[in-house]
Design a protein around this ligand. Structure first.
Ligand code: AIR
Length: 432
């Protein structure tokens, strides 16, 4: 894809940061860990900042600085002596970001992060810049919420402006239910939020775009995503959507990253509605869960692309070599497992499957602890393999499955797989 010359303040002026340099990451979770692995592969050194000394990235980084997201002093210590800093979670405080940017290049820079990290600003920015979004209202108090819900048709997702991720900071409001909006408002922290009309969705997709300081922009092919309880459950590449939607989504992601001025990565999550509209759901200025499979099937993984973009290297080829998929492993995989130990050996017997664990020490429900990845001859096969591996983690589940036929009919294979996953008898499990 050709460069899109927007917001190119540092166009062609930023030096290339070569291997051997020290890269700084604000955040040391799984995204930082996997990016640090890619950086190390390329010969870079890595320093991370995270509230936890034993954070997932600490095991692959050269140095870990302990600091909360708003710890300005820790952010300065991260930045001092590194060649460039990026972030792997957007909750970093504004003062900490500015402190870093005064010392060393911060990619993405303060302004795009400021807009993206607050959903009220992000949604408004998208709408004002002419990008397609669904009906929404910014709500700043309970009265706004009482007005917004009926105006949006009563069927609404309420998302806090700042700090929510992986389903945290979200509430669902449905018509007819005796929802106490005052209580919903309080439970979400009585803080500025976005009320979004719940849409009839055909599917959800995302497009990862990359942009380096030289102004080069590249989009990956779209990934198809499936969420459960507002948390990504699985994702597959390619998305298998009509070519017209695929091209439009890739082009929109390239336009947005250039317009908002992100140097680094920008993941654009989209809704494809039943009526065929393509709407931007939300933006993430970093690596993203829906592109973990790029490590298996793309010419360049999102993690390597992040390193290339932040170091002003040429961006890597984003094409898909092999269809690939991931399924997330949340804390419940451990909490609900017989004897507390998932059957990894059974899962790894599925052809093409690999295991990725983040070395998080405390499993919690809804917490991302790891993922399974797979490749396949088709997207359907890659997805079926990774879902089969996930089912096998639970020995009782595996026993139930052994008695079933496992062929997938031709036709709407994604729909078929989704309905089979929904029908699984998850209940037959002893709780510890
Ligand atoms: N993350 C960042 N934004 C959304 C997500 N999921 C990743 C980052 C962050 C980690 O999740 O890698 O550091 C935090 O995970 P947890 O389980 O400690 O809350």
């Amino acid at each position: 894809m050709s460069p899109v010359p927007e917001n190119t303040a540092s166009l062609n002026t930023a030096p290339v940061i070569l291997p051997g340099a020290l890269l700084g990451f604000l955040g040391g979770g799984q995204l930082g860990r996997m990016t640090a692995m890619a950086a190390r592969t390329m010969g870079y050194r890595v320093r991370v900042m995270d509230p936890e000394l034993a954070c997932p990235a600490s095991f692959v980084a050269d140095e870990t600085i302990v600091g909360r997201w708003d710890d300005v002093d820790a952010a300065r210590r991260l930045a001092t002596g590194v060649d460039v800093v990026t972030l792997e979670i957007e909750q970093i405080g504004a003062d900490a970001l500015s402190a870093v940017a005064q010392i060393v290049p911060l990619r993405p820079s303060v302004e795009p992060i400021r807009i993206i990290q607050d959903k009220t600003l992000q949604k408004t920015w998208l709408a004002e810049n002419g990008f397609p979004v669904g009906p929404f209202r910014v709500v700043r108090n309970e009265a706004d919420l009482r007005e917004a819900v009926p105006a949006l048709g009563g069927n609404v997702f309420l998302k806090v402006g700042r700090g929510g991720y992986d389903g945290r900071g979200q509430a669902r409001i449905t018509p007819g239910a005796t929802t106490d909006l005052g209580q919903v408002w309080q439970e979400l922290g009585a803080t500025s939020a976005v009320a979004e009309q719940a849409l009839e969705l055909e599917c959800e997709i995302s497009v990862m775009a990359a942009r380096n300081p030289a102004g080069e922009v590249r989009s990956y092919p779209a990934a198809r995503n499936h969420h459960e309880n507002q948390i990504l459950a699985w994702s597959v590449l390619p998305a298998g959507v009509p070519q017209e939607i695929e091209s439009r989504a890739e082009a929109l992601a390239a336009e947005i990253i250039a317009k908002i001025g992100v140097e680094g990565l920008l993941c654009v999550e989209f809704f494809v509605t039943r009526s065929g509209e393509l709407l931007v759901n939300e933006l993430a200025p970093r690596t993203h869960n829906s592109y973990h499979q790029s490590e298996r099937g793309c010419a360049t993984s999102q993690f390597e692309q992040m390193v290339r973009a932040m170091c002003n290297l040429p961006l890597g080829d984003t094409s898909i070599n092999t269809p690939c998929a991931i399924a997330n492993l949340l804390g419940e995989v451990w909490l609900d497992a017989v004897n507390g130990s998932p059957n990894f050996a059974a899962a790894l017997a599925v052809p093409g499957v690999r295991l990725h664990l983040y070395e998080k020490h405390t499993p919690r429900r809804g917490r991302k602890m790891g993922h399974l990845s797979s490749v396949g001859a088709t997207a359907e096969e890659a997805l079926e393999r990774v879902l089969e591996a996930k089912r096998r983690l639970d020995p009782i589940y595996a026993a139930v499955l052994a008695g079933e036929q496992s062929g997938v009919a031709e036709g709407d294979v994604f729909g078929e797989i989704r309905s089979r996953v929904r029908q699984r008898p998850v209940k037959a499990k002893p709780r510890r």
